[in-house]
Design a protein around this ligand. Structure first.
Ligand code: FES
Length: 131
């Protein structure tokens, strides 16, 4: 191998280091779930009657249905994270008394943000809650 002058060798070394560290930085800062569809829960459409809800206790979410169709809400209270319970007309948090309407909007605090809404996809007779 030819003898490169010290400054050129140093430049190539620095450039290589920058390229490698830049690639690692981009990989570190890019979320791994981008573009990946993840099914959080799945149910038969017939299992959720109009005006009703199906609760997935382990996943802490509810699949609800109204006249417009299906939608899903997180049951994690936006105040301090307790699990919200679903009743016919509202969702209530047993910890500090927050209440949410069936669309997840805050009716009564201390929670000040609505419940997180998940995407829902219907494939024939199956309904999937996806993230
Ligand atoms: S955790 Fe739900 S109201 Fe406080």
């Amino acid at each position: 191998m030819e003898n490169l002058p010290q400054s050129r060798r140093k430049f190539i070394k620095t450039l290589t280091l920058l390229i490698v560290s830049g690639g690692l930085l981009v990989r570190y800062l890019t979320p791994r779930t981008i573009g990946k569809r993840r099914v959080l829960a799945s149910a038969a459409a017939a299992d959720v009657p109009p005006g009703g809800a199906l609760v997935f206790r382990d996943e802490r979410l509810a699949l609800l249905r109204d006249d417009a169709g299906f939608y899903a809400l997180s049951l994690v209270c936006t105040h301090l994270g307790c699990t919200v319970t679903v009743s016919e007309d509202a969702l209530s948090c047993p910890c500090h008394g927050s209440r949410f309407d069936r669309l997840g909007k805050v009716l009564r605090g201390p929670a000040d943000r609505p419940l997180t809404r998940f995407n829902v996809e219907q494939h024939g007779e199956r309904v999937e809650v996806v993230a």
